[in-house]
Design a protein around this ligand. Sequence first.
Ligand SMILES: *Cc1c(COP(=O)(O)O)cnc(C)c1O
Length: 358
Amino acid sequence: MSDLPIRPAIKKLKEYVPGKNPEESGVIKLASNENPLGPSPKALEEIKKRLLDISIYPDQNNLELRRKLAKKIGLSENNFIIGNGSDEVMQMIAATYLSAGDEVLISENTFSTYEFVTRLFDGLPVFIKQKNYSHDLGAFTEKVSKKTRLIFLCSPNNPTGTIIKKAELDDFLKNLPQNIIVVLDEAYSEYVESKDYPAILNYVKEGKNIVVLRTFSKIYGLAGLRVGYGMAKPEIIKYLAITKLPFNINRLATIGALAALDDSEHFEKSLINNHQGKKYFYKALSSLGNKISYVETEANFIMINVKRNADEVFLALMREGVIIRPLTSFGLPQAIRVTIGTQAQNEKFIAALKKVIS
Ligand SMILES: *Cc1c(COP(=O)(O)O)cnc(C)c1O
């Protein structure tokens, strides 16, 4: 069999490893940081009303959603690009800025899509070790070279749940050469409680070379619809928009996202559920003594060091009816990531974990 000529970059790519979906009833999924309260009811209602619209192409520029986001966040519509999930915006960024051989700085133990889009466009990922399960921006600065073109930062970081503090980020950006773009992935920003979390609005307004990513997949409960967005200065947005396929966001997804933005009740409920769940997890996990340890989280998931093979713990928990995420593919073979669920789900997980580790 002769091989068809495939671009060398593609041969090195690995397919994304998603969280497992439950196949039997009674099994709970705490593996993909989805909203345990489900989608915004307002989004659902609006989508149902507008089903007949799907024979018509959506708006190529997604102006209505960009305007609504701009108003809500306090920027201009020209500061927004909408993606088929924020994953697609990552791809637009790589497509816009990477040439073969350009270096891209990425933390170890983080979201895999940064490496994926880098390799897809022939970039060279340069991995930076973490310090205390957090991005080590000092080490990032040391690795900046003439070839560095992009830097991906994830805050709160998936899967460790730690944030980059404002003072650190300010310092880091100040010393960065002007030809480098920083991508700050804030998929979990809505859950952050820390006072040290930077208000990203100002960085965009000041015209910094930064793209901030957010999503409707987490707190808004619309992961299956695929809507995310990037915020940046208009000079950046303009070029990102050129790289996207026409009509990248389907009509129902836009309708759902617009309605979800008005659903402050669902948003608040989701936030309260997460904060209460977090407290429960801290208490319950502490009571398990030194068989495990955990990292305090600013997101809707928690990383637990199970001090043994995470893939085995994953299988054992699945036999108890709970699907979590082993972090082997994130470079943490003894850790698992658990989405904070409803109280009943959290209790089921803790009971299962107790059984598995005893
Ligand atoms: C979930 C997640 C996203 C969101 O991806 P979408 O494509 O918007 O669903 C982005 N970044 C990180 C780190 C995530 O965990």
